[in-house]
Design a binder for this molecule. Structure first.
Ligand code: ADP
Ligand code: NI
Length: 232
């Protein structure tokens, strides 16, 4: 019976995000679901149904979509799931958000869905999604004169009108930080590969334009991040 509900939810989610302008097109949701299934192999103890449903529904009420915040719950109620299962799925989804920082005391299910989502913002796919997001929002690709703003508050991070908010700076605002926000062991291994790809991409991007200052900026940024990692 659970398998049938999952299949129904795959269809629901694909449809819901079909024309999503916020970087959560339906292929993102399917990749997050598949990442979560991969991470579940390591963590047999997790509740598989809760993880799969939360992965498929995690962006339904994303703040960028201007929903009333109740669409996930409405959908779950339409399935006639038990109230405690609905609560568990909603609680799992609430643990997945980059802008709210690294959360401690997450449940195993929250850790898996959060890792699965973050992996999809890294690597080759992460590069494509950042470019897609910026072009939809009419943000520039790169401005050699504008370096990223450091220590962003959540409001600054979300402010698309900020002059520093362009595609390349988004790597420094978010993408290069994700590796340190991963919880599961399988997730960490995969994140490391995807992180290396982000660095190679940026190095080539700067080298091709003789942007030595940016190359130096990248390398000192990475050193700082490594220091912070040790201190945490
Ligand atoms: P997620 O579903 O991974 O939580 P977000 O809702 O934060 O993602 O954003 C959707 C996608 O768009 C992600 O791949 C993210 O890296 C990218 N993105 C978000 N904000 C920006 C931005 N200001 N510039 C470029 N890309 C962005
Ligand atoms: Ni997502």
């Amino acid at each position: 019976m659970h398998q049938k509900i999952i299949e129904q939810t795959i269809t629901f989610s694909k449809n819901y995000h079909k024309e999503d302008p916020s970087g959560h097109d339906s292929s993102h949701v399917i990749r997050v679901y598949e990442n979560a299934c991969l991470l579940l192999k390591e963590t047999q103890k997790a509740d598989h149904f809760i993880v799969k449903m939360s992965a498929l529904l995690h962006d339904i009420d994303d703040h960028k979509l201007n929903t009333d915040g109740l669409q996930t719950q409405k959908y779950l109620e339409s399935l006639r799931l038990e109230p405690n299962i609905i609560q568990k799925i909603l609680q799992t989804i609430a643990g997945v958000s980059f802008s709210k920082g690294f959360k401690k005391n997450l449940t195993l299910e929250q850790k898996i869905v959060s890792d699965a989502d973050k992996l999809d913002a890294m690597g080759a796919i992460g590069v494509c999604r950042a470019i897609m997001f910026s072009s939809i929002k009419n943000r520039p690709l790169f401005d050699p004169d504008i370096f990223p703003k450091e220590n962003l508050t959540p409001d600054e991070y979300n402010d698309l009108t900020r002059k520093e908010n362009n595609t390349i700076n988004h790597f420094f605002d978010k993408l290069l930080k994700l590796k340190n926000l991963i919880h599961t062991e399988t997730g960490k291994k995969e994140a490391l590969k995807r992180h290396e790809f982000l660095i190679t991409f940026l190095e080539n991007f700067f080298l091709e334009q003789n942007q030595t200052q940016w190359l130096n900026y990248l390398h000192s940024y990475l050193k700082e991040e490594a220091k912070n990692e040790k201190n945490n």
